[in-house]
Design a protein around this ligand. Structure first.
Ligand SMILES: [Zn+2]
Length: 338
């Protein structure tokens, strides 16, 4: 076989070896001389440049180099090297791109999973492990903002309040956490007929809600539902979920200041919060259990919920203050209580 004549330098000494080079059947650059015989994959030929116009220097991976006269045969070999390298680069980029896309997809999947399952699970464990004082603090702060912007003192007759309070006490009498619960009456044109629970365990009834109720058992049934929300720490969990980033930072840095800014945004969050279907189902099931124990027929809840729906459909344009915006799939829920 005839090859291209070249000089070989081993990279250690300046000694020149006369060799012949050629591409072998495997596409490797093979070098043959009196005292050496070597093969290099084309992509290990890292550099080829011209000295003057006549001679090319070819650097090999092990530090050795070749010097050969520029001939069409040599250029053919070098072209293949270039092509090979180019393909190698494309291949590397392609596989890197694959990794990048895979990493991106993994990140998205992780973020999605974290937000879908991680955050709710985390919110749940945080909500149940927060000290009572913190929950009271959040509840009080929330109530202050509500009182300032959305509500006025109740105009409800004191005896009526006392009667509802008495029934409320009977409702919670057997519960483990009965000390947590507190009933608050407020007047609120803005919120209309509404009932909601705060993280502290306070349950707020608006005068408009009381006016909408046709009997005491209807009020009891809604209270039972709200007690369920408190029992499962739904308002706190929902708020933590909605502002998980802020809370996570607060938890990670132990920054009390950001925790108090969380407290400041809590009322807005509570007002705007869309309770998840899961929360509503949990609260409904809790209410059913409690109503069964206290001898309150389910249809009372179905009836007042129907009326609440109607009252908000007509009266409220502002969805953020709508009882129903926080109570999805109302029709199904009403059905389950009939
Ligand atoms: Zn609810």
């Amino acid at each position: 076989m005839s090859g291209i004549s070249a000089n070989y330098y081993d990279g250690q000494s300046s000694k020149r070896h006369a060799v012949s080079i050629q591409l072998d059947a495997n596409g490797m650059l093979s070098i043959h001389g009196d005292s050496l015989s070597a093969c290099y994959p084309l992509d290990e030929i890292t550099m080829a440049y011209r000295i003057g116009k006549r001679v090319r220097m070819i650097k090999l991976s092990d530090g050795a180099s070749l010097e050969a006269e520029t001939t069409p045969e040599l250029d053919a070999i070098l072209d293949q090297t270039k092509q090979h390298k180019h393909q190698g680069l494309v291949h590397r980029l392609e596989s890197k791109l694959k990794y990048i896309v895979m990493a991106l997809l993994l990140t998205i999947a992780f973020a999605f999973g974290f937000l879908t399952w991680g955050v709710p699970a985390l919110a749940k464990s945080v909500a149940f492990s927060l000290p009572v004082e913190t929950q009271d603090y959040l509840g009080e702060g929330t109530m202050e903002v509500f009182d300032e912007y959305f509500m006025q003192p109740s105009k409800l007759d004191k005896t009526r309040q006392a009667a509802i309070e008495k029934r409320f006490q009977a409702l919670i009498s057997g519960l483990d956490e009965r000390d947590r619960y507190e009933l608050l009456f407020r007047d609120s044109e803005k919120m209309g007929a509404n009932a909601f629970a705060l993280p502290s365990g306070s349950i707020v009834l608006t005068d408009q809600f009381i006016a909408l109720a046709e009997n005491e058992k209807e009020i009891d049934s809604v209270l039972a539902h709200e007690i369920g929300h408190v029992h499962f720490r739904h308002s706190l969990r929902g708020a933590i979920q909605s502002s998980s980033a802020a809370v996570l930072i607060a938890l990670m840095t132990g920054d009390v200041a950001s925790m108090s800014s969380f407290a400041a945004t809590l009322p807005t969050l509570l007002v705007n919060m869309n309770y998840s279907r899961q929360f509503e189902t949990e609260a409904d099931n809790y209410a059913k259990q409690l109503m069964k124990e206290k001898g309150i027929e389910f249809y009372h809840f179905a009836r007042i919920l129907t009326r609440l729906t109607a009252s908000h459909d007509v009266a409220d344009d502002d969805d953020s203050l709508n009882f129903l915006s926080s109570h999805p799939s109302t029709k199904e829920r009403i059905k389950s209580f009939q």
